[in-house]
Ligand binder design. Sequence first.
Ligand SMILES: [Zn+2]
Length: 291
Amino acid sequence: MECAGVGLHSGAPVHLRILPAPAGSGIVFRRVDLDGFEVEAVSRNVARVSYATSLMKKGVLISTTEHLLSAFIGTGIDNAIVELDNLELPILDGSARPFVELIQQAGIRKQRRPRSYLRIRRALELRDGNKFIAVYPADAYSVSYAINFPHPLIGKETFSLQLANGSYLREIAAARTFGSREDEQAMRNMGLIRGASRENCVVLTRDGLENPPLRFDDEFVRHKVLDLIGDLALLGKQILGNVVADRAGHAMHTALVSRLLRDRTLWEETTVEDAGEAVSASMHAMAGQLA
Ligand SMILES: [Zn+2]
């Protein structure tokens, strides 16, 4: 299972391949252009976080990890090796759907070892001006997001989701990233969005859309949920807890992750004794090419 595309921010061409990995190995990125150097998808490797989440280890960069990591959580994949031959993941259509399809084409193999979860025991709340993110104890993983963008098509949007029974695939996976024409030049000046196009993001004009239709009326906030789930994957485990975010972004998402991991009184590791859910899933290798 392989796909090719360009990085959203670098514009760099990249091939990506997903391979199975043994239980307990987690998600590991492998730079095949750098002698197979590996960077684990965990919080300690988080490097730059602004308009995307990037990992770095010993100077080796893996950029814009959030959409693929989100797809892994949404499809229940705990262990996989992700090979790429450049520094940024492909943006594809701007959503997680092509990654989900790639995973589904490959097939998912259940592994014998019970999945271990990070169960939230005490609330953690972070604030930064009018931005907010928090996590609260709960028996399942749920996410609630609010945004307030000064644009006639957006304004206040909220979305809540319990990650169960395929809800991610139906409600979140297809939501695309978005950006505005007005911000474009400033972002390009910062060396960002060199790979952006109407094919890989929703482009907002002053009062409308350059590339309609939207996939959901509230596609914007759904994409924020997608990003949040992908950033929280850097915990290295699925969460049992309720995450609430208001106008947060990658920096706050990853701050929540590192604050959680630093304070062991906030959570415990647990396995859920339910045969259906307790198995850890890995990619099952099969040949195939994404159209
Ligand atoms: Zn995104």
